[in-house]
Design a protein around this ligand. Structure first.
Ligand code: 5GP
Length: 199
């Protein structure tokens, strides 16, 4: 093995289309692994335990946080979410690339803990489009949609903390751009070990 894996952090407001983009990257690029987060939020009808999230109680979450089991954790839209430390560290040590879908608060903590991570912020083309996407996907009730739209402004205000910004106007274009970033970042010199094998 001549290089370690890359940690790619993707953030963006709820409804910006992050999910579609990173699911496509995961299915087309086998070098990437998705880090399944822990959450105290209840599963949506379409979600699968262990695939979308690990769904835990407030107590289980607090225990894991207290024992240092999270690389980062945050409270988002009234629920707790956390990135498991061990999985991420193991993947990277094994030369695998890891995708994190986390909020800006969590992203700031990851940037501090792992400064060579790659950070990408996904922007919707407008607030009207964001609202329309949240209504169309129909995974949240109207109160929750308003809460997420309200939080979107605060999240978008933090986009300059990220190295890259993609406007998800059409998924095709945004996906091509994400792939280009991933390809270039795989070759960043800091990911390579200082030596190659003798044989
Ligand atoms: P959702 O409830 O729609 O699945 O996710 C809500 C928000 O929580 C999204 O912005 C998502 O990026 C963020 N999120 C998901 N997992 C984590 C995590 O492990 N840590 C942090 N900080 N945010 C997360």
């Amino acid at each position: 093995m001549i290089k370690k894996g890359m940690l790619m952090v993707i953030s963006g407001p709820s409804g910006a289309g992050k999910g579609t983009l990173f699911k496509r990257l995961l299915s087309e690029d086998s070098s990437f692994r998705f880090s399944v987060s822990y959450t105290t939020r209840k599963p949506r009808p379409t979600e699968i335990e262990g695939v979308d999230y690990k769904y835990v109680s407030e107590e289980e979450f607090a225990e894991m946080a207290a024992s240092g089991g999270f690389l980062e954790y945050a409270s988002v839209h009234g629920h707790h979410y956390g990135t498991p430390r061990r999985e991420v560290e193991d993947y990277i040590r094994n030369g695998e690339n890891v995708l994190l879908d986390i909020d800006p608060q969590g992203a700031r903590n990851v940037m501090a803990a792992m400064p060579d991570c790659v950070t990408v912020f996904i922007l919707p083309p407008s607030y009207a489009e964001l609202r329309s996407r949240l209504h169309t996907r129909n995974t949240e009730d109207p109160v929750e949609i308003e809460r997420r739209l309200g939080n979107a402004r605060g999240e978008i205000a933090q986009m300059h903390l990220y190295q890259y910004v993609l406007v998800n106007d059409t998924v095709e274009q945004a996906y091509e751009e994400l792939k280009t970033i991933a390809e270039a970042e795989k070759h960043r010199s800091t990911r390579y070990f200082p030596e190659i094998p003798e044989e």
